[in-house]
Ligand binder design. Structure first.
Ligand SMILES: [Fe+2]
Length: 195
């Protein structure tokens, strides 16, 4: 059984960049739904194995991928934000960013622009690609489409409307620029150190 992660900060800690009401709904209702539905799917898969009845397997595998990826990405997202105390990529991560994107500004510009044009519901992700030994910025549709297998997400931004609509409505670019104020690079640095 998956359990919800605790938020590493109080619900109002990301104000004014990410409102308490938005975070409360996002964490307590939407994220909880993904955890509950992943657990429900795992339970149904267990029953299917016990009964040796896989008539519904296509739907169950789809749900496992959708809800499970939703859980993982939300946890990475909540954890890679923090109160607006400036943090930055450490030397190792910055060197890699410069190697793969040319400069920090170029990385930030690409991440920002890629976030703006995520189609419908999805994510923007800075990921480490072990097979290529390099960083890439990926868009993800829903929670699980358009990935590169083996990628290790380092910094993720939720571009589903529920993540910003209450506070920013159609102003996606404002949400994205506010996000840069609450990125916790210490967490991203640690993820990069563990690749
Ligand atoms: Fe979300």
């Amino acid at each position: 059984m998956l359990k919800m992660i605790e938020l590493p900060y109080p619900l109002n800690a990301l104000e004014p960049y990410y409102s308490m009401q938005t975070l409360e709904l996002h964490y307590q209702i939407l994220y909880k739904g993904y955890v509950d539905n992943t657990n429900k799917t795992e339970e149904e898969l267990k029953k299917a194995r016990e009964k040796n009845d896989f008539s519904n397997i296509k739907c169950l595998e789809k749900n496992l991928s959708f809800f499970g990826s939703g859980v993982i990405l939300h946890e990475l997202f909540f954890e890679n934000m923090g109160p607006a105390i400036p943090t930055e990529p450490n030397v190792e991560l910055m060197q890699q960013i410069i190697k793969d994107f040319g400069s920090y500004t170029a990385f930030k510009n690409q991440f920002t622009e890629a976030s703006k044009v995520v189609e419908a519901s999805g994510w923007c992700i800075l990921a480490w690609i072990p097979k290529w030994n390099k960083l890439e910025i990926l868009q993800c549709e829903k929670h699980q489409n358009l990935t590169l297998w083996g990628c290790k997400p380092l910094l993720v931004l939720d571009m589903w409307e529920h993540s910003y609509y209450l506070q920013y409505q159609t102003k996606r670019p404002d949400y994205i620029s506010a996000f840069w104020n609450i990125v916790n690079w210490n967490v991203v640095n640690n993820r990069f150190a563990k690749i």
